[in-house]
Design a protein around this ligand. Sequence first.
Ligand code: 26W
Length: 824
Amino acid sequence: AWKKFQAKPFVSKDDFEKEVVRHVETTLARSMFNCDETAAYAAASLAFRDRLITEWNRTQQRQTFADTKRVYYLSLEFLMGRALDNAMLNVGLKNIAKEGLSELGFRIEDIINQEHDAALGNGGLGRLAACFLDSMASLNFPAWGYGLRYKYGIFKQEIVDGYQVEVPDYWLDFNPWEFPRHDIVVDVQFYGGVRKYQDEAGKNVAVWEGGEIVKATAYDVPIPGFNTPTTNNMRLWSSKAASGEFDFQKFNSGDYESSVADQQRAETISAVLYPNDNLDRGKELRLKQQYFWVAASLYDIVRRFKKSKRAWSEFPDQIAIQLNDTHPTLAIVELQRILIDMEGLDWDEAWTIVTNTFGYTNHTVLPEALEKWSVPLFQNLLPRHLQIIYDINMFFLQSVERKFPGDRDMLGRVSIIEESQPKMVRMAFLAIVGSHKVNGVAELHSDLIKTTIFKDFVKIFGPDKFTNVTNGITPRRWLHQANPRLSELIASKTGGLGFLKDLNVLNELEKFADDKEFKKEWAEIKYANKVRLAKYIKSTTGVTVNPAALFDIQVKRIHEYKRQQLNIFGVIHRYLTIKAMTPEERKKLAPRVSIFGGKAAPGYWMAKTIIHLINNVGAVVNKDPDVGDLLKVIFLEDYNVSKAEIITPASDVSEHISTAGTEASGTSNMKFVLNGGLIIGTCDGANIEITREIGENNIFLFGNLAEDVEDLRHTHNYGSHTLDPDLVKVFDLIKSNAFGDAGAFGALTGSIEDHGDYYLVSDDFHSYIQTQTLVDEAYKNQEEWITKTILSVARMGFFSSDRCINEYAEMIWNVEPLPVGKES
Ligand code: 26W
């Protein structure tokens, strides 16, 4: 009977407006007479949210009813960005919303800009998780994301006197996209001890008891697929003290303050995202976050499985769990604990289920990023888990001993426990041992993990356990949403928006690579995107840049391995060159705008020094009358997903210049090429496959190869390390205080001159400068340049995250999409 009362999602402009007005006047309790942009954003979001909820409920019912295998993507980071624009485009009603809002007196861009980014991630790994959620929903996979509901996302970056200052990012003031599930609450235990005994049947039993309990409350966020009713779920956990508001026991005994303190201590667990990218600091609170999130998620997954009343042996047929890096590795131990301690399975039976359930994705080979936890810390926080890890390790080492009898060095190298002082748990090794597949994120990276950090494990498990899934990006956000005009042009030439679901359709653009009319439109769109960015630069930095200049962009986390220092040294070299030129020579040079953006981890001094240098160089260069339009240096504050949507479509070239062998994949390289920009890059990460796809004529590659890096480092340490002469001139200028007190940059120049130049800045400098000269030359021939960019876009189909998800589904998860019935 209730079916006839079910809400009908709006499809027309009038119905949309009706919904907006209703939400303003009732949900928000405001009058349309004083409806400002904030209220209009809220109401428009609520209107779309209602639409999503309907499909979300249906999708969940459909998936439950079908009872087929599901994927759970465990990620400590989901860098989602904004939701409203994405929701409007994915359900295909942005035009209706635009007209409706306009009738109500608003510009849709202004309304979209009201939204605070959901910035629950640091960089590549978190954004990859967000792209994967979009693809899994768009391809109709039954898939959930599980993460933490941080109260504070990645900090907001302010630049004060050229220095980075961090400001907390409190983003939850008004968030219409999440649904608290106060009925879905999981108790999570910490500390305490383990009691072991034999039961009547003589079976060994372990009971983890005592300690403290923290409550995990679920918050659900709908994930709409593009042009499909499938709307998946992202479940984020929030922490609270077990006794609720405060501890009544303590309260009654007059200990009010300490009960409030307990509450705050519990809430601290999900309070803040750790802002380190590629650096493991081994803090207890981080391990607490990891277990809190993993325990709640597994409880939820197991509870759902138990409802189906299947045998435990069917668990891996119903459930695939993907570990996004080692951060959720405790899930392996937790599932083993549930099966043996709570459900009474034998060790071997349980372990078979566990290893068939998990897959592990590695995202970095940097040694300082590989997680290790101290055994004493583990023992205190998770005593039962440490015992299980020791058992996992014992059985594993026994199997190694059988395979390689007497190889004691091997045992020491692969042991999950590092015999250091204190002992450490090596999480990556645990993740490998507990999973059935391990993958890297680009071909070179996947080869590197097999030949370096995980070499022994290839010998032990065989090569088939290791595989590659090259990263991708969602073309919905990174083309259709970020670059609507380009998307429209492509649609007009390829027969509609189909390319957004089958990115190889872009191939059809090849035939327009020399088409005059098409090239003109293509170039106009790029120019308009550059004008948009130039306006943004003017309004945020006050600097006027010429949109006809070559826009050279490097936006990503600031890290020595990503080598923003190489870029800024190159900029200083260009400045020296311009200064030394005659006015005649200057006329021949292509004007350039060097644009940087990205956050440094708050404790990473060298990265902060690089930001400082970039800003100080900008302050000098931008007002030098000899230079004028020929060179501008811009640092964009607070780079994030929504800013990336403005920046990415506006590049002529972007820089992906990591020391070869250090950047696992990179994903912004893909975004820039897909938006009609060329790239300058090293032979690293996915740059190599991008080159293979688009052709080496369409990319500016330079620098030493990964295979030579180790030897080069040795020559620095043992031979005489002579710096590149052009780099010496750059350093001399810095040391002359041309960019402010050179003392501030001593550590940076010193790391290259005196401390081994670990990232090979000097070794690659000449090659980099030469390649930049090639860029200058190539840019002068706009006809050829535009053709290169069209051909590149036409060949980028491979880098859709849809292709990645299909590969994961087939090679790792063994899951199939759930077709959507006619009912929706
Ligand atoms: C424990 C501290 C820590 C925090 C974050 C260690 C490692 C990380 C991430 C794994 C770093 C990261 O985001 N890696 C990036 O992952 C992207 C998606 O696969 C790749 O494209 C980038 O190359 C890689 O740096």
